[in-house]
Design a protein around this ligand. Structure first.
Ligand SMILES: NC(=O)c1ccc[n+]([C@@H]2O[C@H](COP(=O)([O-])OP(=O)(O)OC[C@H]3O[C@@H](n4cnc5c(N)ncnc54)[C@H](OP(=O)(O)O)[C@@H]3O)[C@@H](O)[C@H]2O)c1
Length: 280
């Protein structure tokens, strides 16, 4: 018997669903019979992504919301709109991320990677937590990266004003994703909501292209994107991980995250600072 039947008819929200791993995650979940709510920031890319998911899955329960994660008010708007339209949220997949080659800022004045890769999923998750608790069992999945091993959280320069190196800042935000998972899982103990994070593998997407500093278009085909989505889909759907929380996975297996990412004081401090920055 298949181990992923749990996901059928469940409501899933996938961020960064307009391309790459998030798009493949969306069509895989739709294929498994889930209702999939895709978040995109661009109307044309959002429409094209939805058509692809409909085509690949044959599942009509696919929706797109347009939200720019570089805007905290838009994230608050998404949480409101989502709760007005859907009665439950069983799986939240925080997947969107960006690596601008030069330092940029969000609408709220925060460094763009810190805003999109960390503050956006932090705020969205917190706003949707009451609904997820009411929908339990439910799962939160944070897409991090193996590069979190080289990340550090510099509270004196969280906005990278003094120094901006795109890949270093990216690694810091991916460490923030694991620290967020560590603290979230601790706070969710006994709630019926789990929180895990993962490294998806190395896949030739738009983001990977920026990480490598190349200008050619992203080259991954659908099979490669599905490989990139496999661990996310596993964490979203498999019965094997139903009661596992606070862990880091890669290639559909639990892996050892960095020791920094498991530092509870650091995780708690980052949580408190982030809550202040997003106005929670
Ligand atoms: N590819 C890899 O080798 C690799 C390795 C380790 C970890 N990861 C992680 O995998 C996840 C998915 O990345 P990917 O490789 O699939 O890259 P991708 O194809 O570039 O996808 C990133 C997604 O995030 C969205 N996004 C970026 N900025 C946004 C904003 N301001 N508001 C809303 N959405 C925004 C993008 O939307 P647009 O389409 O509008 O740009 C896109 O849908 C990321 O968390 C990344 O850190 C990837």
């Amino acid at each position: 018997m298949q181990d992923n039947l749990w996901i059928k008819d469940k409501i899933c929200l996938v961020t960064g669903a307009s391309s790459g791993i998030g798009l493949a995650t969306s069509w895989q979940l739709a294929k498994l019979g889930a209702t999939v709510v895709m978040i995109a920031r661009d109307d044309d890319r959002g429409r094209a992504a939805k058509l692809k998911v409909l085509d690949k899955s044959g599942n009509q329960n696919v929706h797109v919301f347009l939200v720019d994660f570089a805007s905290l008010p838009q994230i608050r708007g998404l949480a409101k709109k989502f709760q007005a339209k859907f009665p439950a949220l069983h799986v939240l997949i925080n997947n969107a991320a960006v690596i601008p080659l030069n330092r940029q800022t969000s609408e709220d004045g925060y460094e763009l990677q810190f805003a999109v890769n960390h503050l956006a999923p932090f705020l969205l998750t917190n706003l949707l937590l009451p609904l997820m608790k009411a929908s339990q069992p439910a799962r939160i999945i944070n897409v991090s990266s193996s590069v979190h091993h080289s990340g550090r959280i510099n509270f004196d320069d969280l906005q990278s004003k003094r120094r901006y190196h795109p890949n270093h800042v990216y690694a810091n935000t991916k460490l923030a994703n694991v620290l967020f998972t560590t603290q979230l899982a601790k706070m969710l103990l006994g709630s019926g909501v789990t929180a895990n994070c993962l490294h998806p593998g190395v896949i030739d997407t738009k983001l990977y292209k920026n990480y490598m500093g190349t200008v050619r278009p992203a080259g991954a085909d659908d099979d490669e994107l599905e490989r990139g989505a496999a661990t996310t889909v596993y964490l979203a759907s498999s019965g094997e991980v139903a009661n596992i929380s606070g862990k880091y996975f890669a290639y559909q297996q639990e892996r050892q995250p960095s020791s920094t990412s498991q530092n509870e004081d650091l995780a708690q401090r980052l949580w408190q600072v982030s809550a202040k920055l997003v106005g929670l």
